[in-house]
Write a protein that binds this ligand. Structure first.
Ligand code: ADP
Length: 270
């Protein structure tokens, strides 16, 4: 089984102020997934411009100071839940076009967090869909949070990827982003940034930064933290550039592309 995460930076125009899908990338990636003939697959996608601008505007995840704050946040919650669902419908439509049996699973309907980390998620349904050879499609969403002062949280596709990776033990976790992998520093800001082959800790980077865009879920730093946790459990992942044709297909067919996140091999003395 493979878990494939498609970044919001690839399937949407992430810097757009209005929710805008990148139909060209979506269509090509859906075609590549179809052509890869990968039999057992879970797809998770980011929210990009369908989620982050709203999440920031409504302060989901912030503590609510008073009743008005809370009402505003709740309204934002409903708006975001609807917006990311719209993106998910577009993604699933493209997948079905290329013969993929995409079934949509809305994270806010079966996952709950505590202090913004997943506390509970019913995975039996996902297992059953996989068993029947459906392709479950999940996505970054807003969810209820058990912490009384938070109540609602933004759940990133990256955290879902880590959670499902930990519990379902896939052979491979692939993350498609809009850069070739992990660099020593942000390649979009620093032309001298160097692509790293393997990462096993945040120390492998010259410096890590969180959000580069309107991303409220932590940018590359947040992503890497989730993947390092997964690597510690023995599950390797790789980050590649899904904006480049054919890479998703090749990775699904077993090729290693981009940066691999895995634990450092221990040197045995003597
Ligand atoms: P996605 O939406 O694909 O999940 P994000 O937009 O959250 O991904 O994160 C990818 C972005 O992180 C890249 O476009 C890049 O600008 C930025 N970034 C910051 N630091 C790094 C780094 N060290 N290596 C690679 N990308 C980085």
């Amino acid at each position: 089984m493979i878990i494939l995460k498609l970044g919001g930076s690839v399937i949407t125009k992430k810097e757009a102020t209005e929710p805008t899908a990148d139909y060209e990338n979506l269509d090509r990636i859906a075609k590549e997934i179809g052509e890869s003939s990968c039999q057992k697959l879970i797809i998770i996608h980011g929210a990009g411009s369908y989620g982050h601008p709203f999440a920031k505007k409504y302060g989901i995840g912030d503590t609510s100071e008073n009743r008005e704050d809370l009402q505003r946040k709740k309204r934002g919650f409903c708006i975001i839940q609807d917006s990311v669902k719209t993106l998910n419908r577009i993604v699933c439509e493209h997948l079905r076009k290329y013969g993929i049996l995409a079934v949509s699973l809305q994270p806010s309907s079966f996952i709950i967090t505590r202090n913004t980390r997943i506390y509970y998620g019913n995975l039996n349904l996902i297992k059953k869909y996989l068993y029947l050879r459906f392709v479950p499609v999940l996505y970054g969403d807003v969810v209820l949070d058990l912490e009384e002062s938070i109540k609602m949280a933004v759940l990133s596709g990256d955290q879902i990827t880590r959670y499902l990776g930990e519990h379902l033990k896939p052979e491979k976790v692939i993350l498609g982003s809009d850069v070739n992998g992990i660099y020593t520093k942000n390649p979009k800001k620093y032309p001298d940034a160097q692509l790293i082959d393997h990462v096993s800790s945040l120390d492998d980077l010259e410096f890590i930064e969180g959000a580069t865009t309107a991303d409220v879920t932590g940018g590359m730093g947040g992503k890497l933290l989730e993947l390092i946790k997964l690597a510690d459990l023995g599950i390797e992942s790789e980050i590649l550039n899904a904006a480049k044709p054919d890479l998703i297909k090749r990775a699904l067919q077993g090729e290693r592309i981009g940066t691999v996140i895995k634990v450092k091999e221990k040197k045995i003395k003597g």
